[in-house]
Ligand binder design. Structure first.
Ligand code: NDP
Length: 487
Protein backbone atom coordinates (compact mmCIF):
# COMPACT_ATOMS: atom_id res chain seq x y z
CA UNK A 1 0.00 0.00 0.00
CA UNK A 2 1.63 3.26 -1.15
CA UNK A 3 2.02 6.07 1.37
CA UNK A 4 1.34 8.95 -1.04
CA UNK A 5 -0.87 9.50 -4.10
CA UNK A 6 0.48 8.90 -7.60
CA UNK A 7 2.76 11.64 -8.91
CA UNK A 8 2.36 12.75 -12.53
CA UNK A 9 4.60 14.72 -14.88
CA UNK A 10 4.71 18.52 -14.63
CA UNK A 11 4.35 20.00 -18.11
CA UNK A 12 3.13 23.47 -19.08
CA UNK A 13 2.34 24.42 -15.49
CA UNK A 14 0.16 21.42 -14.65
CA UNK A 15 0.24 17.76 -13.76
CA UNK A 16 -0.27 15.49 -16.77
CA UNK A 17 -0.34 11.72 -17.12
CA UNK A 18 2.42 9.97 -19.02
CA UNK A 19 1.68 8.36 -22.38
CA UNK A 20 -0.02 4.99 -21.86
CA UNK A 21 -0.48 5.74 -18.13
CA UNK A 22 3.01 4.33 -17.52
CA UNK A 23 4.30 4.38 -13.93
CA UNK A 24 7.24 3.24 -11.83
CA UNK A 25 7.53 2.97 -8.04
CA UNK A 26 9.63 5.15 -5.80
CA UNK A 27 10.74 3.31 -2.68
CA UNK A 28 11.62 4.41 0.86
CA UNK A 29 15.23 3.20 1.27
CA UNK A 30 14.86 2.94 5.06
CA UNK A 31 11.98 0.45 4.89
CA UNK A 32 11.83 -0.94 1.36
CA UNK A 33 8.19 0.19 1.16
CA UNK A 34 6.70 1.89 -1.89
CA UNK A 35 6.16 5.61 -1.26
CA UNK A 36 4.11 6.16 -4.41
CA UNK A 37 3.88 5.52 -8.13
CA UNK A 38 5.49 8.06 -10.44
CA UNK A 39 4.50 8.67 -14.07
CA UNK A 40 7.15 7.52 -16.53
CA UNK A 41 7.73 9.84 -19.48
CA UNK A 42 8.09 8.51 -23.02
CA UNK A 43 9.83 10.29 -25.90
CA UNK A 44 6.40 11.72 -26.85
CA UNK A 45 6.02 13.13 -23.34
CA UNK A 46 9.43 14.78 -23.68
CA UNK A 47 8.16 16.23 -26.98
CA UNK A 48 5.14 17.65 -25.15
CA UNK A 49 7.43 19.22 -22.57
CA UNK A 50 9.50 20.77 -25.37
CA UNK A 51 6.37 22.28 -26.95
CA UNK A 52 5.29 23.73 -23.59
CA UNK A 53 8.81 25.02 -22.91
CA UNK A 54 8.92 26.77 -26.27
CA UNK A 55 5.81 28.80 -25.46
CA UNK A 56 6.90 29.49 -21.88
CA UNK A 57 10.41 30.51 -22.86
CA UNK A 58 9.20 33.15 -25.34
CA UNK A 59 7.14 34.83 -22.61
CA UNK A 60 9.87 34.48 -20.01
CA UNK A 61 12.69 35.82 -22.20
CA UNK A 62 10.56 38.88 -23.03
CA UNK A 63 10.40 39.81 -19.35
CA UNK A 64 13.13 42.00 -17.88
CA UNK A 65 15.95 40.44 -15.91
CA UNK A 66 14.67 42.19 -12.79
CA UNK A 67 11.21 40.65 -13.22
CA UNK A 68 12.70 37.20 -13.72
CA UNK A 69 14.90 37.72 -10.69
CA UNK A 70 11.90 38.56 -8.53
CA UNK A 71 10.24 35.24 -9.44
CA UNK A 72 13.36 33.30 -8.47
CA UNK A 73 13.72 35.22 -5.21
CA UNK A 74 10.06 34.56 -4.35
CA UNK A 75 10.59 30.86 -5.05
CA UNK A 76 13.55 30.87 -2.64
CA UNK A 77 11.34 32.46 0.01
CA UNK A 78 8.63 29.82 -0.52
CA UNK A 79 11.19 27.02 -0.30
CA UNK A 80 12.33 28.36 3.06
CA UNK A 81 8.70 28.72 4.16
CA UNK A 82 7.99 25.06 3.29
CA UNK A 83 11.45 23.88 4.32
CA UNK A 84 10.30 21.29 6.88
CA UNK A 85 7.85 19.67 4.48
CA UNK A 86 10.30 19.56 1.55
CA UNK A 87 13.16 18.33 3.77
CA UNK A 88 10.96 15.53 5.08
CA UNK A 89 10.02 14.51 1.55
CA UNK A 90 13.70 14.47 0.57
CA UNK A 91 14.63 12.32 3.57
CA UNK A 92 11.73 9.95 2.88
CA UNK A 93 12.62 9.48 -0.79
CA UNK A 94 16.44 9.38 -0.59
CA UNK A 95 17.16 8.23 2.98
CA UNK A 96 19.14 11.34 3.83
CA UNK A 97 19.10 12.15 7.57
CA UNK A 98 16.64 14.89 8.49
CA UNK A 99 19.52 16.47 10.42
CA UNK A 100 20.99 17.32 6.97
CA UNK A 101 18.18 18.00 4.52
CA UNK A 102 16.77 21.33 5.77
CA UNK A 103 20.11 23.07 5.35
CA UNK A 104 22.23 21.07 2.92
CA UNK A 105 19.40 20.30 0.51
CA UNK A 106 16.48 22.72 0.82
CA UNK A 107 18.61 25.58 2.16
CA UNK A 108 21.23 25.11 -0.53
CA UNK A 109 18.51 25.12 -3.23
CA UNK A 110 17.02 28.32 -1.77
CA UNK A 111 20.45 29.98 -1.57
CA UNK A 112 20.99 29.24 -5.25
CA UNK A 113 17.60 30.61 -6.34
CA UNK A 114 18.23 33.71 -4.26
CA UNK A 115 21.72 34.21 -5.69
CA UNK A 116 20.63 33.93 -9.32
CA UNK A 117 17.49 35.93 -8.55
CA UNK A 118 19.83 38.73 -7.55
CA UNK A 119 22.03 38.25 -10.62
CA UNK A 120 19.27 38.06 -13.23
CA UNK A 121 19.18 41.80 -13.92
CA UNK A 122 22.94 42.03 -14.28
CA UNK A 123 23.59 39.96 -17.41
CA UNK A 124 25.23 42.51 -19.65
CA UNK A 125 27.11 42.84 -22.90
CA UNK A 126 30.05 45.03 -23.84
CA UNK A 127 30.67 48.00 -26.12
CA UNK A 128 33.90 48.78 -27.95
CA UNK A 129 34.86 51.29 -30.66
CA UNK A 130 36.65 49.64 -33.60
CA UNK A 131 37.81 50.93 -37.03
CA UNK A 132 34.83 52.33 -38.94
CA UNK A 133 32.36 52.09 -36.07
CA UNK A 134 31.79 50.06 -32.95
CA UNK A 135 30.43 46.76 -31.82
CA UNK A 136 28.36 45.61 -28.92
CA UNK A 137 27.55 42.17 -27.59
CA UNK A 138 24.24 40.76 -26.40
CA UNK A 139 24.05 37.78 -24.06
CA UNK A 140 21.00 35.84 -25.26
CA UNK A 141 19.26 32.85 -23.73
CA UNK A 142 20.01 29.49 -25.37
CA UNK A 143 16.31 28.57 -25.47
CA UNK A 144 15.28 25.25 -23.97
CA UNK A 145 17.80 23.63 -21.62
CA UNK A 146 17.61 20.15 -20.13
CA UNK A 147 18.72 19.27 -16.62
CA UNK A 148 19.33 15.63 -15.73
CA UNK A 149 19.89 14.93 -12.05
CA UNK A 150 21.60 12.34 -9.84
CA UNK A 151 19.85 10.95 -6.77
CA UNK A 152 22.14 12.18 -4.01
CA UNK A 153 21.08 15.87 -3.88
CA UNK A 154 17.74 15.89 -5.71
CA UNK A 155 16.31 19.32 -4.95
CA UNK A 156 19.71 20.96 -4.73
CA UNK A 157 20.61 19.69 -8.21
CA UNK A 158 17.23 20.80 -9.59
CA UNK A 159 17.89 24.32 -8.24
CA UNK A 160 21.59 24.45 -9.17
CA UNK A 161 20.60 23.74 -12.78
CA UNK A 162 17.34 25.66 -13.10
CA UNK A 163 18.28 28.87 -11.25
CA UNK A 164 21.07 30.05 -13.60
CA UNK A 165 19.21 28.73 -16.65
CA UNK A 166 16.01 30.58 -15.78
CA UNK A 167 17.80 33.74 -14.61
CA UNK A 168 19.35 33.96 -18.09
CA UNK A 169 15.93 33.68 -19.76
CA UNK A 170 15.88 30.00 -20.71
CA UNK A 171 13.22 27.38 -20.07
CA UNK A 172 14.21 24.10 -18.44
CA UNK A 173 13.02 20.53 -18.71
CA UNK A 174 14.31 18.68 -15.67
CA UNK A 175 14.55 14.95 -15.17
CA UNK A 176 15.32 13.81 -11.63
CA UNK A 177 17.03 10.45 -11.07
CA UNK A 178 14.36 7.75 -11.00
CA UNK A 179 15.34 6.86 -7.42
CA UNK A 180 14.45 10.33 -6.08
CA UNK A 181 11.68 11.83 -8.20
CA UNK A 182 9.60 13.68 -5.60
CA UNK A 183 11.07 17.01 -4.59
CA UNK A 184 11.61 18.42 -8.11
CA UNK A 185 7.82 18.29 -8.51
CA UNK A 186 7.37 20.29 -5.32
CA UNK A 187 9.88 22.83 -6.65
CA UNK A 188 7.79 23.12 -9.83
CA UNK A 189 4.69 23.90 -7.74
CA UNK A 190 6.57 26.56 -5.79
CA UNK A 191 7.91 28.13 -9.00
CA UNK A 192 4.32 28.45 -10.16
CA UNK A 193 3.17 29.91 -6.84
CA UNK A 194 6.00 32.47 -7.18
CA UNK A 195 4.68 33.57 -10.58
CA UNK A 196 6.77 31.61 -13.08
CA UNK A 197 4.95 31.47 -16.44
CA UNK A 198 3.66 28.02 -17.41
CA UNK A 199 6.11 25.93 -19.41
CA UNK A 200 9.29 27.60 -18.15
CA UNK A 201 10.09 24.77 -15.72
CA UNK A 202 8.90 21.27 -16.57
CA UNK A 203 9.58 17.95 -14.84
CA UNK A 204 9.67 14.69 -16.77
CA UNK A 205 10.33 11.49 -14.88
CA UNK A 206 11.89 8.25 -15.93
CA UNK A 207 15.02 6.23 -16.52
CA UNK A 208 17.93 6.50 -18.97
CA UNK A 209 15.54 6.29 -21.99
CA UNK A 210 13.82 9.49 -20.87
CA UNK A 211 17.23 11.14 -20.53
CA UNK A 212 18.16 9.91 -24.00
CA UNK A 213 14.98 11.43 -25.45
CA UNK A 214 16.20 14.74 -24.02
CA UNK A 215 19.84 14.48 -25.14
CA UNK A 216 18.72 13.58 -28.67
CA UNK A 217 15.99 16.20 -28.99
CA UNK A 218 16.78 18.69 -31.78
CA UNK A 219 14.99 21.58 -30.07
CA UNK A 220 16.84 21.29 -26.79
CA UNK A 221 19.89 23.57 -26.87
CA UNK A 222 21.82 22.42 -23.83
CA UNK A 223 22.18 19.53 -21.41
CA UNK A 224 23.41 19.86 -17.85
CA UNK A 225 23.97 16.46 -16.26
CA UNK A 226 24.99 15.38 -12.79
CA UNK A 227 25.86 11.71 -12.81
CA UNK A 228 28.50 9.07 -13.34
CA UNK A 229 31.45 9.42 -15.69
CA UNK A 230 30.05 6.79 -18.08
CA UNK A 231 26.71 8.59 -18.26
CA UNK A 232 28.54 11.87 -18.88
CA UNK A 233 30.32 10.37 -21.85
CA UNK A 234 27.10 8.89 -23.25
CA UNK A 235 25.35 12.25 -22.87
CA UNK A 236 28.19 14.13 -24.54
CA UNK A 237 28.23 11.67 -27.46
CA UNK A 238 24.47 11.97 -27.91
CA UNK A 239 24.62 15.76 -27.63
CA UNK A 240 27.19 15.89 -30.45
CA UNK A 241 24.58 14.89 -33.04
CA UNK A 242 22.76 18.18 -32.58
CA UNK A 243 25.79 20.13 -31.28
CA UNK A 244 24.26 20.89 -27.90
CA UNK A 245 26.49 22.44 -25.31
CA UNK A 246 26.99 20.37 -22.16
CA UNK A 247 27.78 20.93 -18.51
CA UNK A 248 28.86 17.70 -16.85
CA UNK A 249 29.20 17.23 -13.08
CA UNK A 250 30.57 13.72 -12.70
CA UNK A 251 32.29 11.44 -10.23
CA UNK A 252 35.45 11.73 -8.17
CA UNK A 253 38.02 10.05 -5.93
CA UNK A 254 39.34 13.09 -4.17
CA UNK A 255 42.37 13.38 -1.88
CA UNK A 256 42.51 15.05 1.52
CA UNK A 257 46.12 15.68 2.57
CA UNK A 258 46.82 16.15 6.29
CA UNK A 259 50.29 17.50 7.10
CA UNK A 260 52.12 17.11 10.43
CA UNK A 261 51.33 20.69 11.51
CA UNK A 262 47.56 20.40 10.92
CA UNK A 263 44.91 21.07 13.53
CA UNK A 264 44.03 17.41 13.93
CA UNK A 265 40.56 17.84 15.42
CA UNK A 266 39.54 20.01 12.48
CA UNK A 267 41.15 17.59 10.05
CA UNK A 268 39.25 14.66 11.58
CA UNK A 269 35.99 16.65 11.37
CA UNK A 270 36.70 17.38 7.70
CA UNK A 271 37.54 13.75 6.92
CA UNK A 272 34.27 12.66 8.53
CA UNK A 273 32.23 15.31 6.70
CA UNK A 274 34.02 14.29 3.51
CA UNK A 275 33.17 10.59 3.87
CA UNK A 276 30.04 10.09 5.95
CA UNK A 277 27.71 13.01 5.23
CA UNK A 278 24.74 11.69 3.21
CA UNK A 279 26.09 8.17 3.87
CA UNK A 280 29.16 9.04 1.80
CA UNK A 281 27.08 9.49 -1.36
CA UNK A 282 28.74 12.76 -2.38
CA UNK A 283 30.74 13.26 -5.56
CA UNK A 284 33.40 15.55 -4.03
CA UNK A 285 34.11 13.25 -1.08
CA UNK A 286 37.65 12.95 0.25
CA UNK A 287 37.70 9.20 -0.12
CA UNK A 288 41.51 9.06 -0.06
CA UNK A 289 42.77 10.57 3.21
CA UNK A 290 46.58 10.94 3.09
CA UNK A 291 48.08 11.31 6.57
CA UNK A 292 51.63 12.42 7.29
CA UNK A 293 53.25 9.38 8.91
CA UNK A 294 54.19 11.31 12.06
CA UNK A 295 50.56 12.12 12.98
CA UNK A 296 48.88 9.01 11.62
CA UNK A 297 48.37 7.19 14.91
CA UNK A 298 47.03 10.23 16.70
CA UNK A 299 44.66 10.99 13.82
CA UNK A 300 43.39 7.40 13.77
CA UNK A 301 42.69 7.37 17.51
CA UNK A 302 40.61 10.52 17.26
CA UNK A 303 38.85 9.41 14.06
CA UNK A 304 37.90 5.92 15.22
CA UNK A 305 36.59 7.20 18.57
CA UNK A 306 34.29 9.62 16.76
CA UNK A 307 33.15 7.25 14.00
CA UNK A 308 32.21 4.61 16.59
CA UNK A 309 29.80 7.10 18.13
CA UNK A 310 27.91 7.81 14.90
CA UNK A 311 24.28 6.86 15.17
CA UNK A 312 22.65 4.84 12.40
CA UNK A 313 18.90 4.95 12.24
CA UNK A 314 15.63 6.28 10.90
CA UNK A 315 16.43 9.16 8.53
CA UNK A 316 13.40 11.00 9.88
CA UNK A 317 14.80 10.95 13.44
CA UNK A 318 16.70 14.22 14.13
CA UNK A 319 19.30 12.28 16.17
CA UNK A 320 20.31 10.07 13.25
CA UNK A 321 23.79 10.66 11.77
CA UNK A 322 23.71 7.91 9.15
CA UNK A 323 20.66 6.81 7.21
CA UNK A 324 20.29 4.06 4.59
CA UNK A 325 21.95 4.01 1.18
CA UNK A 326 19.64 5.11 -1.61
CA UNK A 327 18.69 1.67 -2.98
CA UNK A 328 19.10 -2.08 -2.54
CA UNK A 329 21.25 -2.18 -5.71
CA UNK A 330 23.51 0.53 -4.40
CA UNK A 331 23.78 -1.33 -1.08
CA UNK A 332 25.10 -4.37 -2.99
CA UNK A 333 27.53 -2.14 -4.90
CA UNK A 334 28.97 -0.71 -1.66
CA UNK A 335 29.03 -4.09 0.14
CA UNK A 336 30.93 -5.46 -2.88
CA UNK A 337 33.63 -2.84 -2.32
CA UNK A 338 33.82 -3.63 1.42
CA UNK A 339 34.49 -7.27 0.50
CA UNK A 340 37.02 -6.29 -2.16
CA UNK A 341 38.83 -4.04 0.32
CA UNK A 342 39.13 -6.89 2.82
CA UNK A 343 40.19 -9.42 0.15
CA UNK A 344 42.87 -7.08 -1.14
CA UNK A 345 44.39 -6.90 2.34
CA UNK A 346 42.79 -3.74 3.75
CA UNK A 347 42.39 -3.65 7.54
CA UNK A 348 39.01 -2.52 8.86
CA UNK A 349 39.46 -0.14 11.80
CA UNK A 350 35.76 0.46 12.29
CA UNK A 351 32.57 -0.72 10.54
CA UNK A 352 33.07 -2.91 7.49
CA UNK A 353 29.65 -4.54 7.12
CA UNK A 354 25.98 -4.12 6.51
CA UNK A 355 24.23 -2.65 9.55
CA UNK A 356 21.09 -3.89 11.30
CA UNK A 357 18.79 -1.13 12.50
CA UNK A 358 15.94 -2.42 14.73
CA UNK A 359 12.57 -1.66 13.17
CA UNK A 360 14.20 -1.06 9.75
CA UNK A 361 15.23 -4.60 8.85
CA UNK A 362 14.65 -4.01 5.13
CA UNK A 363 16.64 -0.75 5.07
CA UNK A 364 19.85 -0.39 3.05
CA UNK A 365 22.12 0.43 6.00
CA UNK A 366 25.92 0.15 5.94
CA UNK A 367 28.24 0.83 8.88
CA UNK A 368 30.46 3.88 8.49
CA UNK A 369 33.77 2.24 7.64
CA UNK A 370 37.44 3.17 7.94
CA UNK A 371 40.09 1.13 6.11
CA UNK A 372 43.80 1.22 6.85
CA UNK A 373 46.67 -0.86 5.48
CA UNK A 374 45.93 0.14 1.90
CA UNK A 375 48.02 0.60 -1.21
CA UNK A 376 47.37 3.14 -3.95
CA UNK A 377 46.63 0.47 -6.57
CA UNK A 378 43.83 -1.29 -4.66
CA UNK A 379 40.31 -1.06 -6.11
CA UNK A 380 38.82 0.73 -3.09
CA UNK A 381 41.52 3.39 -3.36
CA UNK A 382 41.12 3.91 -7.12
CA UNK A 383 37.40 3.52 -7.82
CA UNK A 384 34.44 5.63 -6.75
CA UNK A 385 32.44 3.69 -4.13
CA UNK A 386 29.85 6.37 -3.31
CA UNK A 387 29.26 5.03 0.20
CA UNK A 388 30.46 5.62 3.78
CA UNK A 389 33.94 4.18 3.22
CA UNK A 390 37.03 6.17 4.22
CA UNK A 391 40.44 4.98 2.99
CA UNK A 392 43.54 5.96 4.98
CA UNK A 393 46.96 6.21 3.34
CA UNK A 394 50.21 7.56 4.74
CA UNK A 395 52.97 9.71 3.25
CA UNK A 396 56.29 11.26 4.23
CA UNK A 397 56.93 14.12 1.79
CA UNK A 398 55.00 16.86 -0.05
CA UNK A 399 56.22 16.00 -3.53
CA UNK A 400 55.44 12.33 -3.05
CA UNK A 401 51.92 12.92 -1.74
CA UNK A 402 51.04 15.33 -4.55
CA UNK A 403 52.18 12.84 -7.16
CA UNK A 404 50.02 10.13 -5.54
CA UNK A 405 47.05 12.45 -4.95
CA UNK A 406 47.01 13.42 -8.64
CA UNK A 407 47.50 9.88 -9.90
CA UNK A 408 43.83 9.37 -10.77
CA UNK A 409 41.59 9.79 -13.78
CA UNK A 410 39.32 12.02 -11.69
CA UNK A 411 39.87 15.69 -10.82
CA UNK A 412 36.83 16.86 -8.97
CA UNK A 413 38.11 18.12 -5.61
CA UNK A 414 40.82 17.97 -2.97
CA UNK A 415 41.72 19.29 0.44
CA UNK A 416 44.79 20.20 2.44
CA UNK A 417 45.22 20.67 6.19
CA UNK A 418 48.28 22.58 7.34
CA UNK A 419 49.05 25.69 9.38
CA UNK A 420 51.87 26.65 6.98
CA UNK A 421 50.35 29.30 4.72
CA UNK A 422 52.93 28.92 1.96
CA UNK A 423 52.53 25.17 1.84
CA UNK A 424 48.73 25.48 1.88
CA UNK A 425 48.66 27.58 -1.28
CA UNK A 426 51.49 25.66 -2.96
CA UNK A 427 49.61 22.38 -2.48
CA UNK A 428 46.31 23.97 -3.57
CA UNK A 429 48.07 25.11 -6.77
CA UNK A 430 49.33 21.63 -7.46
CA UNK A 431 46.28 19.52 -6.72
CA UNK A 432 44.91 18.74 -10.16
CA UNK A 433 41.22 19.27 -9.37
CA UNK A 434 38.45 21.80 -9.92
CA UNK A 435 37.83 22.63 -6.23
CA UNK A 436 40.37 22.69 -3.40
CA UNK A 437 39.58 23.39 0.24
CA UNK A 438 42.30 24.66 2.57
CA UNK A 439 41.62 23.65 6.20
CA UNK A 440 37.99 22.65 5.46
CA UNK A 441 36.17 20.15 3.27
CA UNK A 442 32.97 19.90 1.17
CA UNK A 443 31.67 23.36 1.92
CA UNK A 444 29.97 24.72 -1.22
CA UNK A 445 28.60 28.26 -0.90
CA UNK A 446 26.66 29.31 -3.99
CA UNK A 447 29.06 32.20 -4.66
CA UNK A 448 31.85 29.67 -5.36
CA UNK A 449 32.28 28.06 -8.81
CA UNK A 450 31.71 24.28 -8.55
CA UNK A 451 32.93 21.73 -11.09
CA UNK A 452 35.66 19.25 -11.91
CA UNK A 453 38.68 18.70 -14.14
CA UNK A 454 39.75 15.61 -16.09
CA UNK A 455 37.12 12.81 -16.09
CA UNK A 456 35.15 14.60 -13.36
CA UNK A 457 33.39 16.93 -15.74
CA UNK A 458 33.13 20.01 -17.88
CA UNK A 459 31.90 23.46 -16.89
CA UNK A 460 30.97 25.10 -13.62
CA UNK A 461 27.80 25.36 -11.59
CA UNK A 462 26.99 28.16 -9.12
CA UNK A 463 28.65 31.61 -9.06
CA UNK A 464 28.43 34.08 -11.92
CA UNK A 465 30.44 31.63 -14.03
CA UNK A 466 27.34 29.45 -14.39
CA UNK A 467 25.64 32.23 -16.35
CA UNK A 468 28.23 31.82 -19.10
CA UNK A 469 27.01 28.28 -19.65
CA UNK A 470 23.39 29.37 -20.11
CA UNK A 471 23.81 32.31 -22.48
CA UNK A 472 25.13 32.71 -26.00
CA UNK A 473 26.90 35.89 -26.98
CA UNK A 474 25.79 37.73 -30.10
CA UNK A 475 28.17 40.33 -31.56
CA UNK A 476 26.67 43.29 -33.43
CA UNK A 477 28.89 45.54 -35.57
CA UNK A 478 27.63 49.08 -36.30
CA UNK A 479 29.17 51.12 -39.14
CA UNK A 480 29.51 54.86 -38.63
CA UNK A 481 30.55 55.73 -42.19
CA UNK A 482 30.20 54.68 -45.81
CA UNK A 483 30.92 51.22 -47.14
CA UNK A 484 34.11 51.45 -49.19
CA UNK A 485 33.98 48.73 -51.86
CA UNK A 486 36.80 48.24 -54.42
CA UNK A 487 34.31 47.53 -57.22
P1 NDP B 1 23.83 8.16 -13.14
O1 NDP B 1 24.90 8.58 -14.08
O2 NDP B 1 23.47 6.73 -13.06
O3 NDP B 1 22.48 8.93 -13.46
C1 NDP B 1 22.42 10.33 -13.54
C2 NDP B 1 21.16 10.74 -14.30
O4 NDP B 1 21.33 10.45 -15.69
C3 NDP B 1 19.91 9.99 -13.86
O5 NDP B 1 18.82 10.89 -13.93
C4 NDP B 1 19.82 8.90 -14.89
O6 NDP B 1 18.53 8.37 -15.03
C5 NDP B 1 20.26 9.64 -16.15
N1 NDP B 1 20.79 8.82 -17.22
C6 NDP B 1 21.35 7.59 -17.13
N2 NDP B 1 21.78 7.19 -18.36
C7 NDP B 1 21.49 8.20 -19.23
C8 NDP B 1 21.69 8.40 -20.64
N3 NDP B 1 22.29 7.48 -21.40
N4 NDP B 1 21.27 9.56 -21.21
C9 NDP B 1 20.69 10.52 -20.45
N5 NDP B 1 20.46 10.37 -19.11
C10 NDP B 1 20.86 9.24 -18.52
O7 NDP B 1 24.28 8.73 -11.71
P2 NDP B 1 23.62 8.44 -10.31
O8 NDP B 1 22.23 8.97 -10.29
O9 NDP B 1 23.88 7.02 -9.97
O10 NDP B 1 24.49 9.39 -9.35
C11 NDP B 1 25.72 9.03 -8.82
C12 NDP B 1 26.86 9.61 -9.64
O11 NDP B 1 26.70 11.01 -9.77
C13 NDP B 1 28.21 9.42 -8.98
O12 NDP B 1 29.15 9.02 -9.95
C14 NDP B 1 28.55 10.80 -8.48
O13 NDP B 1 29.92 11.02 -8.35
C15 NDP B 1 27.91 11.68 -9.49
N6 NDP B 1 27.65 12.99 -8.91
C16 NDP B 1 28.41 14.07 -9.33
C17 NDP B 1 28.24 15.32 -8.76
C18 NDP B 1 29.01 16.50 -9.22
O14 NDP B 1 28.53 17.61 -9.03
N7 NDP B 1 30.18 16.36 -9.83
C19 NDP B 1 27.28 15.51 -7.67
C20 NDP B 1 26.53 14.35 -7.35
C21 NDP B 1 26.72 13.13 -7.95
P3 NDP B 1 17.98 7.26 -13.97
O15 NDP B 1 18.92 7.20 -12.84
O16 NDP B 1 16.68 7.80 -13.57
O17 NDP B 1 17.90 6.00 -14.71
Amino acid sequence: MAQLDDRLLWIGGQYVAAEGEAFFDTVNPATGEVICRVAKASANDVDKAVSAAKIGQAEWAAMSGAERGRVLTRTARLLRQYCDEVARLESLDGGKPIAETPEADVGSAADCLEFFGGQAASLQGEYQPVPGGFFYTRPEPLGICAGIGAWNYPIQIAAWKSAPALAAGNAMIFKPAELTPLTALRLAELFQEAGLPDGVFNVVQGFAETGQAMTGHPQIAKISLTGEVGTGKAVMRAAADTLKSVTLELGGKSPLIVFDDADLDNAVSAAMLGNFYTQGQICTNSTRVFLHESIKEQFIDKLVARVEKMKLGDPLDPDTDVGPLVSADHLQHVLGYLEKGKQEGGRVLVGGDRAEVPGFEKGNFVQPTVFDGLKDDMAIVREEIFGPVLSLLSFSGEKEVLQRANNTEFGLAGGVFTRDVQRAHRVADRIDAGIVWINHYNITPVEMPFGGFKQSGIGKENSRRAFEHYARLKTVYVAQGDVEAPY
